[in-house]
Design a protein around this ligand. Structure first.
Ligand code: PEP
Ligand code: MN
Length: 338
């Protein structure tokens, strides 16, 4: 950590900082950068932050010089994390496809689409049983019945299930059915939930980026899960809020290489929620893979025009087939498997 003194810092300000560091038992080197004094402190960032040095007179800034997220940050020699969901490996260099409807609506719907996405080449089945909806009057999901229908679809197709947990009270129940727990965008800052999905350790977690979160906040949320005991975390970029109005959110594709450089965790992309329109899903899915994503999460519905949620952004079976065909070609060009 570097403590940067301001240009007008007085001698007694510099002495006060140095005394505080010494009292806290922290070793430091004092240096000059132009007319400024800097303290290079060799200590854990959280401990240095705990000294509240920015409240001291003459201190301009306290800045981190190395990863403040020790568990999710990439370190020299650290191999990439590969998250195993049953027989599917996410982050092994190939492209993993999670597909299915926004919400489980009936047994028939989820079983039908499960067979379809599986035959088109998807690796995992998604579908929300507990839905975090913006309006309390929108379809909230089938709850436990939805989980039972997902189980049925898994029995028939063999595909592992990804489904969302929206509250700690449902965690035990959802864990009985989910092969991967989704923590949604709206819950990325729910630290109690992050700790709970971390503490249960057994089931891997798909952590979506908060719609108004920076990459650092997103990685900090992942650190909560990993530091609570669950190192099987996959990050999912799903679009952020900007001033652009033609799409539901703005897909921050640059987050993929940024996160890959910063973290050893796998990153997938959800172009469905990011764009909000089915026509934009295919081009952004292809772009995500070209940008280095480890996989995709795609909403697919047997009849998008009749969907109870997110029909506008759901691909129909035919359009999903077309996307999968293009992905296969792209994967070959990138020397990956899909
Ligand atoms: C979802 O995947 O159905 C969902 C609600 O996504 P998000 O949390 O990204 O809005
Ligand atoms: Mn959705």
């Amino acid at each position: 950590m570097i403590v940067v003194m301001s240009l007008d810092a007085k001698e007694q300000d510099i002495t006060a900082v140095s005394q505080k560091l010494l009292q806290a038992g922290m070793l430091y080197q004092k240096a000059k950068s132009g007319d400024r004094v800097l303290f290079n402190v060799a200590s854990e960032p959280e401990l240095v932050r705990g000294l509240s040095l920015e409240s001291f007179s003459g201190v301009e800034q306290v800045v981190a010089t190395w990863a403040t997220l020790p568990l999710v940050s990439r370190k020299q020699g650290r191999v990439n994390t590969v998250v195993q969901v049953e027989d599917i490996s996410i982050g092994d260099g190939n492209i993993s496809i999670i597909a299915g409807p926004c919400a489980v609506e009936s047994e028939e719907q989820i079983v039908q689409i499960a067979h379809h996405v599986k035959s088109a080449g998807a690796n995992m089945l998604r579908g929300g049983a507990f839905k975090p909806r913006t309006s309390p009057y929108s379809f909230q999901g089938l709850g436990k019945m939805g989980l039972c229908f997902l189980k049925k679809a898994k029995e028939l197709t063999g595909m592992p299930i990804v489904t969302e947990v929206v509250a700690i009270e449902q965690l035990d129940l959802v864990c009985q059915y989910a092969d991967m727990l989704q923590v949604g965008s709206r819950n990325m800052h729910n630290y109690a939930l992050l700790k709970a999905v971390g503490e249960q350790r057994k089931t891997p977690v798909l952590l979506k980026r908060g719609m108004s979160s920076t990459i650092d906040e997103w990685l900090s949320a992942a650190e909560y899960i990993v530091s609570s005991g669950n190192s099987n975390v996959v990050l999912c970029e799903r679009g952020i809020r900007t001033f652009a109005k033609k799409t539901r959110y703005t897909l921050d594709l640059s987050a993929v290489p940024v996160v890959k450089a910063r973290s050893h965790l796998p990153v997938i992309v959800d172009p469905s929620h990011a764009t909000g329109h089915w026509r934009l899903v295919e081009p952004m899915a292809l772009a995500a893979v070209a940008a280095g994503a480890d996989g995709l999460m795609i909403e697919v519905h047997p009849k998008p025009e009749a969907a109870l949620s997110d029909g506008n952004q759901s691909l129909n079976p035919k359009n999903f087939n077309q996307l999968m065909d293009k992905l296969k070609k792209l994967a070959q060009a990138l020397e990956k498997e899909q």
